[in-house]
Design a protein around this ligand. Structure first.
Ligand code: NDP
Length: 246
């Protein structure tokens, strides 16, 4: 039986590694790209040349109707979604004093509302089939807070509140839902930080003295998606090189 995985933001740094890992394990993989992404076809072609037959779907995860039509298309073309990875996210860092309502809304809509919008489309089917996995990609900064990230820390902490509550509701139906909270991973979200800040401020916080690798996150997602992880639900798994032990 081939399982279908849908990864939001699969064309980004972490998402790509997750798509590749799940495909290597035999899943059929669908990914979303935002409506403003002008390089989605290029990415799909690049991945096809590397041997990955990913399907890409335009989806604004902040918009309920867009999420609905995306999941309907995936279901019609590939089959029902067995594994949903809520990975799409953005930052708009500013101190609270400077943070605008738009900065707040954009981050809450993209990181948190998206989890409702996407999960709502797949949950009834997972419960009916008595098997499903939802994996929410949060952040260490949702666990411990971060300077300049009231919006992002709130959204990521909110993802885990959602996870725990929904895990209770669906546990007896064979559906698990978990949060993972990565620390600093070497994707463009982090490598965009000036090198001197990385070296002087960020690496010293990480006992392993390095950034995480997207593949390390993908390995954890793959485990949570597997049958072996059937007894693991409502957890928030830290994966951060020892930066924050929770
Ligand atoms: P990227 O910026 O590389 O990827 C983020 C993805 O989110 C992009 O593919 C983007 O899609 C998608 N996205 C953003 N807005 C929307 C939208 N409105 N609708 C649909 N898709 C959208 O970041 P990373 O890969 O680094 O991050 C992935 C996740 O991991 C995020 O949730 C992030 O918060 C989290 N994280 C990352 C860490 C890191 O160190 N990198 C640490 C902890 C957590 P598109 O490209 O099509 O616009």
């Amino acid at each position: 039986m081939v399982r279908i995985a849908l990864v939001t933001g699969g064309m980004g740094g972490l998402g790509e590694a997750v798509c590749v890992k799940l495909a290597a394990l035999g899943y059929k993989v669908a990914t979303t790209h935002s409506p403003g992404n002008t390089t989605a076809d290029e990415w799909l072609t690049k991945m096809h040349h590397l041997g990955y037959a990913f399907k890409g779907y335009k989806c604004d995860v902040t918009d309920f109707d867009s999420a609905k039509s995306c999941v309907e298309q995936v279901t019609a073309e590939l089959g029902h979604v067995d594994v949903l990875v809520n990975n799409a996210g953005i930052t708009r860092d500013k101190t609270f004093k400077k943070m605008s309502k738009d900065d707040w809304d954009a981050v809450i809509h993209t990181n948190l509302d998206s989890v409702f919008n996407m999960t709502k489309q797949v949950m009834d089917g997972m419960v009916e089939r008595r098997w499903g996995r939802v994996i929410n990609v949060a952040s260490v900064n949702g666990q411990k807070g971060a300077f300049g990230q009231t919006n992002y820390s709130a959204a990521k902490a909110g993802m885990h509140g959602f996870t725990k509550a929904l895990a209770l509701e669906v546990a007896k139906h064979g559906v698990t839902i978990n949060t993972i909270s990565p620390g600093y991973i070497g994707t463009k979200m982090v490598t965009a930080i000036p090198q001197e800040i990385l070296e002087s401020k960020i690496l010293p916080q990480i006992p392993m003295s390095r950034l995480g690798k997207p593949e390390e996150i993908a390995g954890l997602v793959a485990y949570l998606a597997s049958d072996e992880a059937a007894f693991l639900t409502g957890a928030n798994i830290s994966i951060n090189g020892g930066q924050h032990m929770y």
